[in-house]
Write a protein that binds this ligand. Structure first.
Ligand SMILES: [Zn+2]
Length: 476
């Protein structure tokens, strides 16, 4: 339905607010989502989790001045400046804006089709607390680049973006949008082409040869870009030795432990799953791989959100996320979720829990663990809801809340080389602030109450964004 027909139908049904219409009856625009745009804002009596992993501080005042954090400390010592807009944050918790590194601007539309979500995703990422993201593979790189630039210009609201180019993958992937690499020269040509177009990151995918990966890494590094991968044909150890910067999906897609693995070949899915089910986290093989990754400064991205959707017995996407989906897409999701409950296609609950704890083992060994949500799979990972869920799942995996926040903020900023600007709540940094209504240190489910997200000192009303994006995920 066009919005006008929908508006008329909704007006008759008395449903205007649920369709994201502004007070004058027109569809909401980005301007309608702004809750605070005053130049000087002070939060008083807040609990602050600053992103460094250190203990939460209580009864704090945080002052925003023209988009920067100007002061932060005990409310008894730091006074709001004259003329400041004061927000009483008693009972609220402030976190840094999230820096999430396995995001996408596309969403699974069924089969091997992935629709670009240039309209809904930037706004939903922001409404879910993300103020900086790296995309982790693109289906429509020009759309991603144009969205990045529109956000930077301020014509569209959304997180700052580090754009990853199209998937670097050889023959064998049944996705029409993806080019199949034809050898190392093609890998070099592809990376150089997209670097010329403004891409700043690359992602290798499941079917790539070591020679292609090596050339992609060397070419990207010469262009000052980093390379990550969702591997299969190449093992984690091989990729680390080739000089890769980052590996995606924790250890969930490692083929290092498959018996008789053939070089440059992706083993059968069932063999990979079995090797991970059999894996002993205390084994010398695991310790040796983690040691090598730490020594070579290879970051690891946790994407527990997407793996959870394939584990029987885990919760369904929340009602708020379902409301965002296009009805046809919602029906597909519901059917897939029901199938996943049979527990045949995914990881067992035990393997999931073991591999989640292995991410903590890597972090405890000194590895730079990053967080992402990966809104792919069969559609159960929805921007706006997934980042909160990723933090909850990190806590479930054994991280203290403050550590989980660090993984989703400072660690990502460090990896992207943006930690001088964002990633922690500290004087001088950009005022990217997530406001939680409640105390997630006591109950992590409080994360789901996030009424406001500030980026560059501007506060957005998350409820209004969500209301305006109903029925849009899967469409645009
Ligand atoms: Zn992905």
């Amino acid at each position: 339905m066009a919005w006008r027909q929908r508006f008329q139908a909704a007006a008759l049904a008395g449903l205007l607010p649920a369709l994201g219409l502004a007070a004058d009856g027109k569809p909401a625009t980005d301007k309608d989502f702004t809750a605070y745009a005053q130049p000087v804002i002070a939060f008083t009596h807040a609990t602050v989790v600053d992103g460094t992993g250190g203990k939460a501080a209580h009864d704090q005042t945080l002052v925003i001045d023209h988009g920067r954090i100007a002061a932060l400390g005990k409310s008894s010592k730091v006074k709001p400046p004259e003329g400041a807009t004061v927000i009483d944050a008693q009972g609220k918790t402030l976190l840094p804006g999230f820096v999430m590194v396995h995001e996408h601007m596309f969403y699974p539309a069924g089969g091997a089709e992935y629709n670009e979500m240039s309209y809904s995703f930037p706004r939903l990422y922001l409404a879910g607390g993300d103020t900086t993201v790296r995309t982790a593979g693109s289906m429509m790189p020009y759309a991603d680049l144009n969205v990045r630039d529109a956000i930077a210009r301020g014509t569209v609201i959304g997180p700052d973006m580090d754009v990853t180019g199209p998937y670097l993958n050889g023959p064998g992937l049944p996705i029409p949008a993806v080019h199949a690499l034809g050898g190392p020269d093609d890998a070099e040509r592809t990376v150089n082409y997209w670097s010329d177009e403004g891409v700043t990151s690359y992602k290798a995918y499941m079917q790539i040869t070591r020679d292609e990966l090596k050339r992609a890494i060397d070419t990207a590094h010469a262009r000052k870009a980093k390379v990550t991968a969702h591997l299969c044909s190449v093992t984690y150890r091989e990729a680390v030795e080739l000089g890769i910067d980052n590996l995606e999906h924790g250890f969930f897609v490692s083929t290092d432990f498959v018996k008789d693995k053939q070089p440059d070949r992706c083993p059968a899915n069932a063999d990979v799953r079995q090797s991970l089910a059999d894996l002993d986290p205390a084994s010398p093989e695991v310790a040796s791989l983690i040691r090598l990754m730490v020594q070579r400064h290879v970051a690891l991205t946790s994407t527990l959100t997407v793996f959870e959707t394939f584990v029987a017995g885990r919760p369904k996407a929340p009602a708020g996320a379902l409301a965002l989906m296009l009805p046809e897409v919602r029906a597909q999701y519901e059917a897939s979720w029901s199938r996943a409950q049979a527990g045949k296609s995914g990881y067992s609950a035990e393997t999931y829990a073991k591999l989640a704890r292995l991410e903590k083992q890597y972090a405890d060994a000194g590895g730079l663990l990053l967080a992402g949500t990966d809104p792919t799979g069969y559609g159960g990972v929805v921007p706006g809801f997934a980042s909160k869920r990723e933090i909850e799942l990190l806590v479930e995996a054994g991280f203290r809340f403050e550590q989980a926040v660090q993984v989703a903020t400072l660690n990502g900023a460090r990896y992207l080389g943006r930690d001088g600007e964002v990633g922690t709540l500290a004087v001088g940094k950009r005022a990217d602030v997530v406001v939680i209504d409640g105390d997630p240190l006591k109950d992590v489910a409080a994360m789901e109450r996030m009424p406001l997200v500030f980026k560059n000192g501007v506060g957005y009303d998350t409820r209004k964004i969500f209301d305006a994006m109903h029925d849009s995920v899967g469409l645009h």
